[in-house]
Design a protein. Sequence first.
Length: 599
Amino acid sequence: MQEQAASSLPSSSERSSSSAHHMEMDLKEGMESDEEIRRVPELGLELPGGPSTSGREAGSADRAQASAAGGQAGGRRRVRSPADKEHKRLKRLLRNRVSAQQARERKKAYLTDLEVKVKELEKKNSEMEEKFSTLQNENQMLRQGVYWPEDNPNTGLKKTWTDGTGMDRRNRAPLVDSSSSCLCRAEKSSAACAAARRVPLPRACAQPSVKASIHPLKPKTSPRRKADRCRDVQRPLLPGLPDDLAIACLIRVPRADHCRLRLVCQRWARLLAGNYLYGLRRRLGLAEPWLYAVRRDPRDGRVTWHALDPAASSSSPSWRALPPVPREYAGADGFACAALGGCHLYLLGGRDPRASGGGGSTRRVVFYSARSNRWHRAPDMLRRRRCFAACVMGGRLYVAGGEGGVRSAEAFDPGKNRWCVVAEMAAPVVPSVSAVHGGRWYVKGVGPQQQVVSQVYSPEADAWSVVLDGMVTGWKGPTACLHDGGGRLYAADCKDGCRLRVYDQAADAWTVCVDSGLHRGRSQAVEASAIVALGNRLCVVRNDMTVLAVDVDPGTGNQRWETLAGKSNVKNFVADIWSNIAGRGRAKSSILHCQVLEA
């Protein structure tokens, strides 16, 4: 039994040979696995049988033989050492890295293939667009005209272009001439609206990649582009003359004919609506002053206004119709009026009867431009006012006082187009008359206790002060300052304005300077409501729209009165007698304001 057992157990030499055989098989398996990992197959190819497959089969066969030999040897399971485990782990790590590298290479190849396909599709798309544009242009050409075949001596046909009107277009330039030009539309001009513009070859083309054959024959133009083209190609103001000479002729046209000049063309209308033409007229001394009167109609009590041209009064002594005043001032009262800039007539504040509760004071400001013959809106005043005073000094518009015990004053700067607060009045006053003399503003009115209050405002010091000198003591009725070098102040000495007084600053007293001797009575119709300076003359405006002008310059020697509007003195005298006999001497109309504007 022991001998049989001993014979059944392997000897030491057999065990050593068996272990050596196992190690040789393991090493061979490891070497084959490394070669298999390092070998990267081709993308998209599957080999039915290769080195890796044969290696796997050989390794599996060797392992089967080794396991069989081990089973035959002793039937016991071989225990692997830690070195074998580490070796297996390294092999798995290397295998994973190679697999990741293969996946990245497959992805890169797939993306490259997609990029190639996209480029091919883009190329096909561009070719299709080019063909579509060419067909579209040919279709447009066929719609515009009929193209006949080439000249053929046998058929007698000629190459011509005809349209629906039968017009022949033989001399039409070819659409594409690649030898000398391109049809790049980078340069946009008025000629490009009718046909494609040629650009010489030496100049760089803005779209070199675009082929000339796909350019449309006649690009579509919007209405705005057509208007710009018409604006760029302007006709001269006067045919055959440069614009400089044309403007030199237009500035000498009388102001009364400017309304007709606006109807000639749009360019003349724009020229007359701007400041350039009237600036030249004023600079050259060609500006014409007109007299503007704001009155209340005796029939319905509404506010109307009219203009008088003194130069044409001898031939047609009548007031001209003007655009109606804004609706806010059609039935208003207590508003102020001032002329700013020589050509703008301002209406300020007042009471608006359209407001709720019977109307109240307003801050509204509107102005009329003698150049454009239109009304415009201006910034509102800072405070509501009614029955207040207004004047212009140093190119600024000033307002002060008013009903309700208002003491505040404001100034409007046309350059900044806004109102600002100035110094308050020394005492609240409801002004009745005001005048600018010697660079200061004199205001005379009724105080809160129904007393007469006279104040003066100095813009340099921005302060008000009460004045009690001889000027305000003898001051009554409308006044006007004649800027003839001395800046003398004139006032009416009688109710009808036939006698005028002048203020002597040295003597601090008023003296009579001129008297016509033709007085028309003390009725309201002949009452002098305003005195304005028109050039070197003084104009007396009465409620019946009669205007008398007199030259008060002491150097002239003869002070002759002239009737600019209305009837002559003799006719007025006879009419007044018959009116008094008939009982119609009390007229309800009255002149509210009177100003002079130049244009």
